[in-house]
Design a protein. Sequence first.
Lengths: 174, 793
Amino acid sequence: MKRAVGVTVNGRAQDLSVDTRTLLVHMLREDLRLTSVHIGCTTGNCGACTVVLDGKTVKSCCVLAVDVAGSEVTTIEGLSTNPDELHPVQEAFIEKHGTQCGFCTPGMVLAAVSLLKSNPDPSEDEIRHGISGNLCRCTGYHNIVLSIEEAARRMRDDKPNAGSRRVASGSVPG
Amino acid sequence: MKYVGQSVGGLRDSQLVAGKGTFVDDIMPPGLTHLAVLRSPYAHARIRSIDTSRAEKAPGVLYVITGQEIKDNTNPIPENYDPIPMGAKRVYWYALCIDRARYVGEAVAGVVAEDRHSAYEALKLIEVDYEQLQPVTDPEEALKPGSPLVEPAWGDNVFISRDFIVGNPDQAFAEAEGTVKGVVQSNRITGTPIEPRGCLASFDPYEPMLTFWGSTQDPHPLRVFLAEILRVPENTVHVIQPNVGGGFGLKQPTFQEEPLVAYLAIKLGRPVKWIEERYENFQTGGHARDTRFYYEAAFKKDGTVTGLKLRVIADIGAPSGLCGWGMSFVTWYTLPTFYKVPNVEMRLRSVATNKCPWNSYRGYGKDAASFVMERVMDHISKATGVERTAIRFNNFLQPDAFPCPRPSGAILDSGNYPGALRKLLDHVKPDEFAREQESERKKGRYLGLGISMEMTPEGASMPGSVIVGGYDGTTVRVTPSGDVMVLTGVTSPGSGNETAMAQIAADALGCEISRVRVIQGDTDKCPWGLGNYSSRSVIMGGSATHQAATAVREKMFDIASRMLRAFPEELVAEGGRIFVAKDGERAVTIDAVARQAYRHPHGEHMEEIEPALEATRHFRISNVYHQPEKQGRFSSYPTWPYAAVACVVEVDRQTGFVKVLRYCIVHDSGKIINPLLADANLHGGITQGIGSALYEQIVYDEFGQIRTSTFMDYSIPTAVEVPKFELLHQETPSPFTPLGTKGVGESGVGGPLNALCSAIENALPDLQLHLTKLPLKPNAVWAAIQQAEGARS
């Protein structure tokens, strides 16, 4: 059975017709082709499908698509739209190499953004607890924690042009 | 060298942090269909018949397939590498079970439907008439006469049986001043990449061409296997590896689902995709490390080990075409790791049971070898009273011992084991720790310091193998504009070796790294190569890249020498310029040389020089020996990285909960191309090691039902369970690679196993614990504490 769902995704109003069994993650990936939202378990454990729903991070495998009618959803595609204008958290993840295979990364970055919004100056322990709903199997979290510490520093310093500075992958230490 | 040795940032990082990687599930071609797999609910059952008629009529269903069709139309899945030279047995494993299921989760039938929901719904309508058979789930039970047989054709359950004796162990035990014996058990684990397995195939009958996108580590070997299974020419199969969301060995071919998807795409003429569910990954994605060790050691009063007897019993699960069983061989092969033991008896039994097959997992058995040897050294330390690091220094192979032949036939290439342990101790300062430990203990906090060694031979090359070979290929191409393309046979499932390739190529060519693009994971673009496993990408692929880029540079020097009227030997390349070393003003750009090579093939500078700037090289490492000697031994590992590790834990005596406070490692992988990426690999390896030592365990009940099928009951570490790591390096370059590199990808995973046992024991010295079984979950540690306290009172 299909139902109409009106939802704002990454700032754009969307009118969709979805099967009532559809999970939010499937609607985002398949109807809207927002393939940054990854599926690692569909049991709400791994956090690869983390998105922001009405200001809070949720695991989109644990939300039915029909339940987001009237809501606002942000995926990492909504955080930045081109490589020259990355979010400070994304820039910090590049600088500190907080990503390896990249599968957990979009969810991890959104979890970090959400954490820093509520706690701009977190301790290492607060960072670790703040991302404990997101599993990573590559990094041992070491560089992710460094990335979030770095992002917090950048965002607190509030460099006016922080968002427009190009941080290239493959950059050579100066 | 400008780039090699530098922490160049990961080339794919900005794509990945933007969520713009393309993983296999992100590929959605028009007309896409979905495969769902019906799996055996029993550990051992005969399949009497399968009725698919109701499923076929279900809404959205396009096709239902069973084993009979697979048997009639495809070949068995070839072994990833040949079991015969390792003294192992052959198995005929198909993309679907034919008449018997041998473990819970083995693929029995498949449904292809227009959408995923319909495919899974229709699985429920397939009626399989199973006759349940007695399973065998314990390897030692499986060795007894009369045990149920996993492979009836074998007549027993022994997959590999190997016994080697060096020196005279019986005499060593007779003359020993002391002996210890015990049993050590390493746990059954799996690697759980966060991206599950998955693949997608599409067939063009006109060309004809099968295009196969797979979350695989080894595209070229997978192409060979698919062609063989599907009975099609190899040059009509195109395997593409998109971004891979972690592999850790577990995405090495060939799984049942890979040929199944490919077969169905050809059969139906529509793209077919299969994406694994997490429970399927736990049931069928491949297990590892479940090994029991019976050890006896003979030694002198000062702890010098004079004899060692080891019986290794590995529970490899059901035999398959996957290469996991080889881990049991490598465990045995790596023993007795760091220590000069003159008299050794080693017996290996790799045993089939009705469990998920082993598949290769980071560590590949070396982890278990390090674990048991380090446990033995700690046991001897306790028995003799010789301090645990002193006993290691006493028994280490010394830096002048290399190349060093070992009882298994292995030949260690190079190393400085005492140097690494000394450096570790200088960093950790055990005396200072002991004072802190003492003062904290007075406050009721139980801190412990663990020490261990870890050995990780890398770059495996097995005889008779399509996939496990000590070589790899790279093409380096300088384009007509002077840009550089590096096409490698090795792949990166997130490990970052593409960045290392760019560094190596840029240095060898003398160009800026920003001019280099690295292309991997495509059998129609890249030269033949074996992919990613055994920490080999930089060892083999990096060396091939160095050789190919060097060949292109030599050709550029030939052309430039004519342009500059100099001898090629006088030239240097740097920063995109080729110039006379003694006169930097006499220079041409690489771009200008490229113009000559492509646009002036008959010009004055190109006489007798082949046009274009491109070279392909297949680097083969020299120190592998495949001609078996009289005991049938051969040397399959060319590089032998290792580490000395220490950790500090806090043990909650009331609950048995162990918190890791510090983890330090002195690591030696030879020359490091990129410290940032090498360290990042170590962080991940260490964390997987800590997870497997403290939390992770695949559990089967006596009926062969798997009890751990989600992340709820198989818990891997979150950010809370690990500290920031303290990484130190020691560089003993490999004498056998052009840049001195060894492998780093699997390093870190083996150290925590003994280090954590040792740390917990050190935290509670009054209890004189000797921990022998992983994982060290709170209930296990608590039970050990209770038992020791009970024994004491």
